[in-house]
Design a protein around this ligand. Structure first.
Ligand code: ADE
Length: 409
């Protein structure tokens, strides 16, 4: 049995469009920041036993099917690389060729709502591949693991590393050079604070898989973006990260998010991932950045309405939170469940109670509306850059019972 934990990641140069659907090969390079696993991660326990009669998986306590091609690819690729394993103390000996015959049980748990649209499959598939690799004594490096995780969910390949990560699109038909590499670890730019607004939405969103397919088939802007815009943007983004140049980083991050959503609009039929709340948050950040004379905050939006805001430092993040809470106050009286993750940002912002939020002055420099929008943000998450996958040794976090092989209650 083995247990691992993997972070989720947020792209600042977006992945949108596949050149090979089966192998999950992208039409352009992308860059992401890995988030702190304490706030956004998947934990996965994998076990093998001759007593298991089938491969089975439980996600957040509910059994799900493993028959999909993506799970099958990850299982097949890890099994193919499995090696001899011996634990003399426990009297366990598994030969390389025996792994194929042993069924696995997998239990995975996300420490954030899977339905919130926060790249849970990126954390999930990175964790599955990392933890299965540990169990089966796979010796491949992180680059190779990233290429297997990619076959589960494209963006999962970037969750194999912490810090700033680049997914190189690669050129080979077999996808062997479409791997992730780390640009800088999480300690490189510690000042950055990530504030996520989980935006309420009643709308059923287009899945990324079908949205991307439609964009590849119909959007002329996607071709231009992949061939002309992203290659030069990648060079600049790598420089911005290397030099901790926030001005350039923010400019590129916002521009790339906006171009991704422009590609969605350019798709036939058009895809709308952002909603009025998303647009109001963009407007707030743009106005504030303009009034300060230089960018204080970058925004980026994935395939959904949630805003991911990256503040240049803690002081800026606290000011940002004040402005956001002025326009988007919580619906109920409980401030502490309205901001999860690193709650100390509330103290930095001088917000100890709901009365403090109600007393916030209107931010004059960023007047986006005369009214407030109570209830339009479900909650906020405050996080930072984080490390890559890790083995979990704390017994209390193991998700499968070592006797029955079934999920712990
Ligand atoms: N999809 C969403 N969350 C997941 C997880 N933890 N493991 C595998 N797939 C997932």
């Amino acid at each position: 049995m083995a247990t691992g934990r993997s972070p989720t990641n947020i792209a600042v140069i977006k992945y949108w469009g596949k050149r090979d659907e089966a192998l999950i090969l992208p039409v352009n390079d992308s860059v992401s920041v890995t988030l702190d696993p304490d706030h956004l991660s998947a934990t996965t326990t994998v076990a093998v036993s001759p007593a298991f009669s089938a491969d089975r998986m439980w996600l957040n306590g509910k059994e799900i099917s493993l028959s999909g091609g993506r799970f099958q690819s990850c299982l097949r690729e890890i099994r193919r690389r499995a090696r001899d394993f011996e634990d003399e103390k426990k009297g366990i000996k598994i030969k390389k060729e025996d792994w194929e015959k042993l069924h696995v049980h997998i239990a995975s748990y996300n420490n954030f709502p899977t339905a919130a649209g926060l790249a849970s499959s990126a954390a999930g598939f990175a964790c599955l591949v990392f933890t299965l690799g540990k169990l089966m004594n796979v010796k491949e490096d992180h680059g190779e693991l990233s290429s297997i995780a990619r076959q589960g969910s494209g963006s999962a390949c970037r969750s194999i590393y912490g810090g700033f990560v680049k997914w190189c699109m690669g050129n080979k038909d077999d996808g062997s050079d479409s791997i992730a590499v780390q640009l800088a670890d999480e300690a490189h730019w510690k000042e950055l604070v990530i504030l996520i607004a989980v935006v309420s939405s009643k709308q059923k969103e287009t899945s990324s898989t079908s949205g991307m397919r439609d964009s590849v088939e119909t959007s002329p802007l996607l071709q231009y973006r992949a061939q002309t815009v992203v290659p030069s943007r990648m060079l600049k983004m790598e420089e911005a990260i290397k030099n901790r140049d926030f001005k350039l980083f923010a400019k590129l991050t916002c521009a790339d998010s906006n171009q991704f959503h422009a590609v969605c609009l350019d798709t036939s039929p058009p895809i709308f991932y952002m909603n009025d709340t998303s647009h109001r948050i963009i407007s707030l950040v743009e106005k504030w950045n303009h009034s300060e004379g230089s960018p204080q905050v970058a925004y980026t939006f994935d395939a959904g309405p949630n805003a991911v805001l990256i503040a240049r430092d803690r002081k800026t993040a606290a000011l940002l939170l004040q402005k956001l809470l002025y326009y988007f106050p919580p619906q109920d009286k409980d401030l502490s469940s309205y901001l999860v993750g690193d709650k100390s940002i509330l103290t930095d912002a001088g917000l100890h109670s709901i009365e403090d939020v109600e007393a916030l002055p209107a931010p004059p420099e960023i007047k986006i509306h005369d009214q407030k929008f109570k209830g339009d943000v479900s909650y906020f998450i405050c996080s930072r850059l984080g490390a890559g996958p890790k083995v979990v040794t704390d017994e209390s976090q193991v998700l499968l019972n070592s006797i029955t092989g079934l999920p712990n209650g």
